[in-house]
Design a protein around this ligand. Sequence first.
Ligand SMILES: NC(=O)c1ccc[n+]([C@@H]2O[C@H](COP(=O)([O-])OP(=O)(O)OC[C@H]3O[C@@H](n4cnc5c(N)ncnc54)[C@H](O)[C@@H]3O)[C@@H](O)[C@H]2O)c1
Length: 253
Amino acid sequence: MSAPLPEKISTAVVTGGARGFGAQAVRALHKAGYRVIITDVNPGEEAKALASELDLAGDTAITATLDVSKPEDFQTVLDKCIERYGSVEVLVNNAARTAVQNVLDIDPAFFNEVMATNAGGTFAGCQIFGRYFKAQGYGRMINMASLAGQNGGTATGAHYAASKGAILTLTKIFARDLAPFGVTCNAIAPGPMDTPMVRAVLGDTIDNAIAGIPVKKLGDPDFVAKMVVMLAGPDAGFVNGACWDVNGGLYVR
Ligand SMILES: NC(=O)c1ccc[n+]([C@@H]2O[C@H](COP(=O)([O-])OP(=O)(O)OC[C@H]3O[C@@H](n4cnc5c(N)ncnc54)[C@H](O)[C@@H]3O)[C@@H](O)[C@H]2O)c1
């Protein structure tokens, strides 16, 4: 049986939380005492297994379907959370489609699809949760950007890199507009982390890629998840509109 819940427990919604880095962020937030809503386009068994791993009773870790390219899904999840838990305090916009292709080969329709999921999803999440957070007078939004959005990308394609650049700009705009209402919006821009997605993208080139990173290793997703937890906290209110770089020295500014 799980321990009784404290009187006020903060609720965090994580998009793309079923696997990869999103799952690490979910674990770190839960460890820090948050109730976590593990959302994904298709949560499936992985998300359910993660929720059970964190809380068999299903009080502090639950799954929900949320396709970030559908703004109405954000609204549905938000409404259900408010109905069930009374409030939501944190949104982590983590879901993304990672695409690798030469710029001259990208079909414009596919470019738009990647933009719609990555940048459009972050926009919809920040807008829908932002309205609610503003009315509530408190909220934390953390957007997963990428080194690719800063340097144009190395292993990834123009669609992915452009979407991540857009996320950095959106982060500044939501941060500026919502700051007077107790709401912050920040981004994290990782270089390659040691996640299944990075290993799949790099394939046989992984050793070369690591050799090209100044610190000679991939990023630790657990550490980046701790950055999410820091930005999610009530004491992080003076960090707003920021982009926290974590790239092993690949991009220094
Ligand atoms: N892994 C890295 O090294 C790295 C580096 C820089 C930035 N990032 C960013 O961190 C985040 C997580 O990366 P990852 O390595 O875990 O990626 P991943 O591809 O392994 O996981 C992405 C998750 O998003 C979900 N998703 C995809 N489309 C969705 C949609 N339309 N709606 C809802 N969910 C959807 C997937 O199902 C998956 O669970 C991404 O935003 C990525 O761009 C990762």
